[in-house]
Write a protein that binds this ligand. Sequence first.
Ligand SMILES: Cc1cc2nc3c(=O)[nH]c(=O)nc-3n(C[C@H](O)[C@H](O)[C@H](O)COP(=O)(O)OP(=O)(O)OC[C@H]3O[C@@H](n4cnc5c(N)ncnc54)[C@H](O)[C@@H]3O)c2cc1C
Length: 326
Amino acid sequence: MAALSDFRLLRPASAAEAVRLRGEYPASRFIAGGTDLLPNMRRGLVTADAVIDLGRIAELSELRVVDDRLHIGAGVTLATLAADPVARARLPALAQAAAAVAGPTHRAAATLGGNLCLDTRCMYYNQSEPWRDAIDNCMKIAGDTCRVATKSPRCWAAFSGDVAPALLVLGAEVQILGPQGMRNLPLSEFYRDDGMAWLSLAPGELLLSVRVPLADGWLSAYEKLQIRGAIDFPLTGVAVALRRTGDLIGELRIACTGVSSRPELIGGLDALAGKTLDDAALSGIDRQIRRGTQPMETTVISVAYRRRATPVLAKRLAKRLWAASA
Ligand SMILES: Cc1cc2nc3c(=O)[nH]c(=O)nc-3n(C[C@H](O)[C@H](O)[C@H](O)COP(=O)(O)OP(=O)(O)OC[C@H]3O[C@@H](n4cnc5c(N)ncnc54)[C@H](O)[C@@H]3O)c2cc1C
């Protein structure tokens, strides 16, 4: 792997200062745990003349319950989140997803903010410079061709963060600070279906925190498929949240990762409310996931396998939660 190029290291003490510095150094990048940014800089996928370290900003490390919501600063590490008693008891999909990221040493440094802002991935992009040069690069780094779909006008790199789908089914909202001030938006609006512009963060904006409702009556879970048993991105990952009303489905939410350029909250599941989780409902889940995701040839594992495996994972989780809620 190539050596890191030189950069200036800036260490702000507040979120406001971090945003100001980002404006002062337009070619800079925020760094949190650095477990995605630094490998990408070494591979020449990302360039930055200055790196703004978020590690000294106390407000980004806050983790507390406020008004029946779990407030999680963007700088909270995934190890902390995976072990947090509130997350484990009331938002299990979130704790399970945080625990599923990479390996223990990564999770000790990696943050929630870095995971949600993770670069999209593709086997034609996450390669060394000589490898990429040998195929004349791809649209995401240089040129105008997406190697996954050569006639497509867009990039199909996949979002492969584990935590976003869990937060989507749990109804999370994000808080963002930028040069124009603060704004909040549902996590579903934080993402775009575009491998090159997958975040709706404006230039210079900083993800401050995530707020997750601690609503009663919900069960949730997250699982992923990966090539290796550990330290591996999801080929596909699925989060499910279920609220049961008596013998019937009150509400069912499913979100997937690794199979589109953004984490996908699956639509069309409202039709299952008021029904039981029988074979017809499971077929409905299958159908909606196939409609709502579009795995492409972004990994070495076939598109056909990921298309089939994603609904299988979702149905397995839904059945498990259904049984647990009885
Ligand atoms: C071997 C290996 C295996 C991995 N396996 C997985 C896996 O299984 N699942 C998975 O999800 N990830 C995996 N990763 C990727 C990465 O470790 C995690 O996604 C991690 O959570 C990234 O967090 P970080 O704090 O290290 O991010 P950083 O690398 O610091 O930042 C990532 C990106 O987010 C931006 N950013 C960070 N914080 C903020 C903020 N507050 N506001 C705005 N932008 C911000 C940075 O500028 C950068 O562009 C793996 C990485 C490696 C090297």
